[in-house]
Design a protein around this ligand. Structure first.
Ligand SMILES: Cc1cc2nc3c(=O)[nH]c(=O)nc-3n(C[C@H](O)[C@H](O)[C@H](O)COP(=O)(O)OP(=O)(O)OC[C@H]3O[C@@H](n4cnc5c(N)ncnc54)[C@H](O)[C@@H]3O)c2cc1C
Length: 348
C-alpha cells in the first residue's frame, strides 16, 4: 500500500514521461513516475545504436545517448521513481483522488499523466528451449552498440526493418553477417533491402533458428538453421546472435480501467492540443495521445508533456499561472545554477 498523495503521477518513463517529470518538478509539484521496465527511456531502447537527428537543440546523437540525457533531465528534481511496476488500472474516487493499481500495490494521486507510448513492449523470444541462459553472454534482442560486434561472426534472425538495418550497419565492421528469415523475401525498406543484396551479408531465406549450440554451456558457438519447406539443416559458426522477431505489445491499461477515458481506434487517448483527456485531472502525453495538432515525434512528446503538466498544475491550484516561468529565469533552478557556475569555474 502506498497512501502518500502525489500531485502528479506519470505512468510510463519514456521521453514523454521523463520530460513531464522534469517539467512537473520545475512547477514545484510532488511527482512520481511508474514504469513497467526495470529501466527508464521507453521505446528508445528499441534503437539505442541509431542516430537521432530531429530532437531540437541536440546534434545527431545515438538513441543510447539520448536516453542518458532524457533520464538525467527527467530526474533533475528527484521525482519518486518506481521501476519494474506495471499499472493495471486507474480509478477516480469520490474524494477526487485517483487510485492507481499496480502489480506491486496501489498509489494515490491528485492528477495523472498517461505517458504509456505504445504500451509495454516485450521482444518475441527465439523459440529454442533454454535459450534464455545465453542472454547474459551472446544472445541479443537489440543492438546496443555496434562496437561489440567488431570483427565478429554475427547471425541475425528476422526479416523486418530493424533486422535489415542492423545487418547493413554491422556488415562493414563485422567479420561476417548472416541474415536468416522465414519468408522468401526480406520485408524492410526497399533501399535498405537493395543495400543488403549488394553487400557481403549472407542471406538465408525461408529458414529459422531451430537450435543454439554451446560447447561450454555459457555461450552460443553454433546456430542450427532449418529450411521451413525442405527441412534441410545448416550449421553456422557464430560469435554473436541477434534476434529481431518483433515485439509483443501490452496496451490494456485504459481498457481495463473503470474510468471512461475517450479513446480513438481503441488505443489512443482522444485528447486535445493541451493534453487534456475526457476525464478531468487525467492528461496524456507522447505516442499514446492523439489530437489535431499532434506531432508524432519525441519533439511532440515534449510539448504534450509541458501542456499536461501546466494543466495538472491549474487543476490542483486554479490560481496558479497557466504556464511555468521559463527555465532561464526560474527560481526553482537558482541553487542548481549556482552549483553549475561553481563547477564550471572550478574546471577553468
Ligand atoms: C525504431 C524507431 C525509431 C524511432 N526514431 C525516432 C527519431 O529518430 N526521432 C523521433 O523523434 N522519434 C523516433 N521514434 C519515435 C519515438 O521513439 C517515440 O515517439 C517516443 O519514444 C514516444 O515516447 P513516449 O514516452 O510517448 O512512449 P514510449 O517511448 O513508448 O514510452 C512509454 C513507456 O511507458 C511504459 N508503460 C506502458 N504501459 C505501462 C503500464 N501499464 N505500466 C507502467 N509502464 C508502462 C513502457 O514500458 C515505456 O517505457 C522512433 C521509434 C522507433 C520504434
Amino acid at each position: 500500500m502506498n497512501e502518500e498523495v502525489f500531485d502528479v503521477t506519470i505512468i510510463g518513463g519514456g521521453p514523454a514521461g521523463l520530460y513531464a517529470a522534469f517539467y512537473s518538478g520545475l512547477r514545484g509539484m510532488k511527482t512520481k513516475i511508474i514504469e513497467f521496465q526495470p529501466f527508464l527511456g521507453g521505446k528508445v531502447h528499441v534503437y539505442p545504436e541509431k542516430m537521432v537527428w530531429d530532437v531540437g537543440g541536440l546534434l545527431p546523437t545515438t538513441g543510447a545517448n539520448l536516453i542518458d540525457q532524457l533520464v538525467e533531465q527527467g530526474l533533475t528534481f528527484s521525482p519518486t521513481v518506481h521501476l519494474g511496476e506495471k499499472v493495471e488500472s486507474i480509478s477516480k474516487h469520490q474524494d477526487g483522488l485517483f487510485r492507481i493499481d499496480t502489480t506491486n500495490g496501489h498509489h494515490v494521486s491528485k492528477t495523472i499523466i498517461v505517458a504509456t507510448g505504445s504500451g509495454i513492449l516485450k521482444p518475441h523470444k527465439v523459440e529454442v528451449s533454454g535459450a534464455e541462459r545465453f542472454e547474459l553472454s551472446n544472445l541479443h534482442y537489440t543492438v546496443k552498440s555496434l562496437e561489440r560486434f567488431k570483427g565478429k561472426r554475427v547471425l541475425i534472425s528476422g526479416g523486418g526493418n530493424s533486422a535489415v538495418d542492423w545487418a547493413n550497419a554491422l556488415e562493414p565492421i563485422a567479420e561476417q553477417v548472416v541474415l536468416t528469415y522465414r519468408k522468401e523475401e526480406l520485408g524492410g525498406h526497399e533501399a535498405q533491402v537493395e543495400k543488403i543484396k549488394q553487400s557481403r551479408v549472407d542471406c538465408c531465406p525461408q529458414s529459422k533458428v531451430t537450435d543454439l549450440i554451446s560447447h561450454d554451456g555459457r555461450s552460443i558457438q553454433q546456430v542450427l538453421l532449418t529450411h521451413v519447406e525442405s527441412g534441410e539443416t545448416n550449421v553456422i559458426d557464430v560469435d554473436e546472435v541477434v534476434i529481431n522477431h518483433g515485439y509483443e505489445q501490452d496496451t490494456e491499461l485504459l481498457r481495463h480501467s473503470d474510468l471512461q477515458v475517450e479513446m480513438k481506434d481503441g488505443f489512443y487517448v482522444k485528447g486535445n492540443s493541451v493534453s487534456e483527456s475526457s476525464v478531468p485531472g487525467l492528461y496524456a502525453a507522447g505516442d499514446i495521445l492523439t489530437h489535431e495538432g499532434k506531432v508524432h515525434l519525441i519533439a511532440g512528446a515534449f510539448q504534450d508533456a509541458a501542456n499536461a503538466v501546466n494543466r495538472a498544475k491549474t487543476y490542483i491550484d486554479p490560481n496558479a499561472t497557466a504556464t511555468a516561468m521559463v527555465s532561464s529565469h526560474n527560481e526553482r533552478l537558482k541553487e542548481k545554477n549556482r552549483q553549475l557556475i561553481e563547477e564550471t569555474m572550478m574546471k577553468q
